[in-house]
Design a protein around this ligand. Sequence first.
Ligand SMILES: Cc1cc2nc3c(=O)[nH]c(=O)nc-3n(C[C@H](O)[C@H](O)[C@H](O)COP(=O)(O)OP(=O)(O)OC[C@H]3O[C@@H](n4cnc5c(N)ncnc54)[C@H](O)[C@@H]3O)c2cc1C
Ligand code: SF4
Length: 586
Amino acid sequence: MTLDQEVDLSKTYDAVIVGSGAAGGMAAHVLTSKGMKVLLLEAGKKLNIEQELRSMEWPYDNANRGFLPPDSHSLSFNEYTIRRPAYGPGFEKAKHLYSYISSTDYTKNIVVDERENPYTGTNYAWVRARCLGGKTNIWGRLALRLSDYDFKAKDRDGYGENWPISYSDIAPYYDKVDLYLGITGVKENLDYLPDSIFQRPTKLNCAEVTLKQGLQKMGRVLTQYRAGVTSDGLKHNKYRSRCYGRGACERKGGCDIHAAFDSPTGLIYPAMDTGNLTLRPNSTVREVTVDPGTGKASGVHFIDSQTMRDYHVKAKVVILAASTLESARLLLLSKSRQHPNGLANSSNHVGHNFCEHVMGPGIAGRAKDLVGKSPTLDDGRPGGFYLTRFRNLKEKHPKFIRGYGFEGGSGSTMFPRGTDVHGFGASFKEEVRKNQGSFIGMGGFGEVLSRYENYVDLDPVVKDKWGISALRFHYKFGDNERRMAEDMKETAKEMFEAAGFEILHVNDRVLTEGWSIHELGTARMGTDPKTSVLNQFEQSHDVKNLFVVDGSAFVNASCQNPTWTIMALCWRSCEYLADEMQKGNL
Ligand SMILES: Cc1cc2nc3c(=O)[nH]c(=O)nc-3n(C[C@H](O)[C@H](O)[C@H](O)COP(=O)(O)OP(=O)(O)OC[C@H]3O[C@@H](n4cnc5c(N)ncnc54)[C@H](O)[C@@H]3O)c2cc1C
Ligand code: SF4
């Protein structure tokens, strides 16, 4: 297997895929397995990811104790919300500026340098990873399914649009993703959060079980973190190990033995082994080209990210998988005589209906009966717990529609929690030792409603390092999100009280838009070409050989993390694409 292969510019590929994250990797896997000759273009580098993550490195072996070098800075909440733009004046001393997620030495080459990749408009904490595998190299691994509570949400509360698919359409593809990539968890038989085909689950620890039992009395469900991690191993994949429970994914942001799913080892390298995939990193696509005669997509223009040379490559089908906001940007950039408004945009919906998850409210507490107990190995697992949605299922909440869940964890960790207690010297150490295993915390993730008036467009002036127009945000949370966030705070408190925990801190601050890193909806699916961009197979209504297979296609955000759904939808769409191609319909 060789990387950085030469692209044959004289050839017409069966398909060109833009972006190598969860969506692009899945498209490459499905299409190459159908025998199609595929070109995958990725804007970022192929990193030596094991070298970047150094999962088992101790802080004292790192020059900066694991933090960023002194000439680099990662943006804080206040810097996103007060300074505009976040990377503007005031940061001259920082040679490199990174999003809030990258405050460590381990992820600095995975995420983008904000100055090279500017954006404008309303506050937004936009986290981007430009390298082979994109954000999957550092994702949080929580892998959840959506249900008809999400796909048919409009039927329940009258808001927005239903998806053009039901759970039964996507369920077989969730199964395929589970089996191909591996997922851990425990069956709960919930109709609003369907089970996956789970491998061996992780264990809940003492305080988590106490919370689970407290919640049972309230009819609420806490379950093991459903992690996109293989705990039993995958016989069909030689690039990934099973999980050894080192907890490094939590500490370092990724897994250097690839037990946690990432797109390169999970999807792209196996696709290359078929002999049907050409991969070119350092290739920033700037436009999808169209045939002036037919108006169909004919290929893409891309810039070598390092040499700045410009190329054009031809393909029978173009598949955008550059992530929700980047794919919308590409559609808007691809203006032509036939598509003056941007490609696939006759509806004027490209960039609109942009949605995600609201974060911030949460709670920290202490299980008093665990104070002073011997430490246990609790962080040797790829995640803690997930407390499932309970609002607007059977009853209607009077103040808001849709729902939220909580992610959390407890127990002894390699680097003790609770070091923010006051004191110093021997008594301080004693205090930390005594208490560290008793901490428990959780934070909410709630659905942000999809609204036409939340959108992105192209900035008329600002361009990125490659001379490509930057995105401009017009995006704000609304009253439904604020009321939901208020409720998250109240219920978090009520649940910790029910579990008998001592409450240490209740957080009611709503984090900046974008914080969840779950941006969705900018080219939504639908049955009506006037109000949607894609059909149920993520195929453009306007340009039948153009597919957008990332989170852009979502009709609403639900409150479940999106990556497993992105991949299941993409698998379904690519099977359809391959069939249509064989029938000569594209
Ligand atoms: C810290 C963190 C925690 C997360 N936790 C979770 C979680 O627990 N659960 C969950 O479901 N999701 C989580 N996510 C989100 C998850 O990573 C994304 O949903 C997923 O990666 C989306 O896949 P994608 O392919 O659409 O985009 P990406 O993974 O971002 O991949 C897009 C790729 O396209 C490339 N690209 C962009 N523009 C161009 C261009 N013009 N030309 C060529 N290539 C281009 C990029 O370089 C990138 O490699 C998390 C993300 C982060 C960063
Ligand atoms: S806990 Fe498992 S998934 Fe996480 S870093 Fe360790 S081996 Fe990888």
